[in-house]
Ligand binder design. Sequence first.
Ligand SMILES: *Cc1c(COP(=O)(O)O)cnc(C)c1O
Length: 385
Amino acid sequence: MITYSRQIIDNKDIRNITKTLKSDLVTTGPKVPEFEKKINKFVGSKYSVAVNSATSALHVACIALGLKPGDWLWTSPISFVASANCGLYCGAKIDFVDIDENSHNICVKKLEKKLIEAKTKKKLPKIIVIVNMAGFPCDLTEIKKLSKTYKFKILEDSSHALGAKYKGFKIGNGKFADISVFSFHPVKIITTLEGGIATTNNYEFYKKMELLRSHGITKEKKMFKKKSLGNWYYEQHLLGYNYRMNDIEATLGISQLKKINKFFKKRTYIKKYYDKNLKNLPIILPTNDKKKISSLHLYIIRLKKSSITKRNKLISELRKRGIGVNIHYIPIHYQPFFKSLGFKKGMYPQSEKYYDSALSLPMHPGMSKKDLSRVFNALKKLLKK
Ligand SMILES: *Cc1c(COP(=O)(O)O)cnc(C)c1O
């Protein structure tokens, strides 16, 4: 089976992990801060907080941005459920903004319209979680402008987008979003097995997320509210969690980050192969935009004149042939849990149309030329029927 994505872990990664395993500190040692510094350098942010998943990063980011029970958090329906769940963890109410049909990211026109309506009803969101789908950046300038007018915070779910660029700036550099979150799950751009990170240029958000990651406890003398009683002393300042990344995971992250440019080159090669070979098939290929460089996490195609039955049949035919295509994503509002919160089919037409026609082709740096031609030949054959 050619999977839609998978990790690439080589002997160097394994040697590095072994070294850390044999060191004195395997959990809270020097590797986590080293990894955070390297991510700051890579994306161009001032601060970052590494945690045990992107889901945890989204949660601590929401708290740091001041999300409280009764507040509103908006996101788009085409994402992983974690983009919405982070708001629910904080007791906030969730709403969605439909996607743009070409980028599959939040539609700025629909967002503005919804903000105008929300303002009259005094129901403006505190946070909007924007998702850089497949690694393709959102319209950050326009969204930033709206955030100033309507006073919401921008939380960027960049789980797909490590290495992506917008107008020459790396995603996560803190120029547009208040906080950006990346995932290091094995299917993403680089992996720490499980793991995630939040980047920001705001010192206050940074310090708050740092506290929240580890029980709300600080060991920094300059933060203490009471007198330090010795170097064993610590204080809990708020209700935090155990969301820490460990030194083994951070070691893998550091080792993987060294290969990110190599990985990106391979992804670019795959994109070019697909762009060139699939262009005459009855499908819509991923969109391009001169202002944006995608991290190429996913290669999503859409069937022209599709129905969900036709698309599902194609998926099962491809999978029968060992081609592990996938769907990103089932609209969040279709989930039974979100149905129980009052969401219904028909509420976000563009997301629903997308869901009926989209599929993700295999896209990862471990693919061979033979894998690529297998995908192409199978698609050609099945789409001609
Ligand atoms: C993978 C992913 C997440 C969750 O990441 P974890 O590290 O598994 O918690 C959240 N949002 C999006 C868009 C993702 O793709």
